[in-house]
Design a protein around this ligand. Structure first.
Ligand code: MG
Length: 159
């Protein structure tokens, strides 16, 4: 059996007048993540892990911020594209595991919805998609509620 591991990381600044969208789920909060697309930091790190597993670069290569086509892009659409790239090369996701680092809001009530959404897009079982949350213990930019970041790993298997 051929297997590949990939890791991904992303961080976005929090700012006014933006929705907070992570793992494709709209989370009620006073500020949101700032970015060219919907700034879905969780989905971005997952996609970078999937592409990294096959040494295909990163999402900046597939969806360049310089291309107006991707302005305000829904990251769930990008995830569908990345799934297509992986599938076209004959690979499937065995599992994904992500940890979101956010001081606020409390993400626990939304983790299951994020996992459901990602599993749905990637056509995976719920137990193949792990999304966890922690805080940064009030340290650094994340701890000061200036940003949210996410780390992800994935294992791909050859079909
Ligand atoms: Mg990003």
């Amino acid at each position: 059996m051929q297997i590949r591991i990939g890791n991904g990381y992303d961080i976005h600044r929090l700012g006014e007048n933006r929705p907070l969208i992570m793992g494709g789920v709209h989370i009620p909060y006073e500020v949101g993540l700032v970015g060219h697309s919907d700034a879905d930091v969780v989905t971005h790190s997952l996609m970078d892990a999937m592409l990294g597993a096959l040494s295909l670069g990163d999402i900046g290569h597939y969806f360049p911020p310089s291309d107006p086509k991707w302005a305000d892009a829904n990251s769930m659409d990008l995830l569908t594209e990345v799934k297509g790239v992986i599938s076209a090369q004959g690979w499937s996701v065995s599992n994904l595991d992500a940890v979101v680092v956010a001081e606020k809001p409390k993400l626990k009530p939304y983790l299951k919805a994020m996992r459901d959404r990602v599993a749905d897009i990637l056509e995976l079982q719920l137990d193949q998609v792990s999304i966890k949350a922690t805080t940064n213990e009030k340290m650094d930019a994340v701890g000061r509620k200036e940003a949210i970041c996410c780390y992800a790993v994935t294992l791909l298997v050859k079909n």
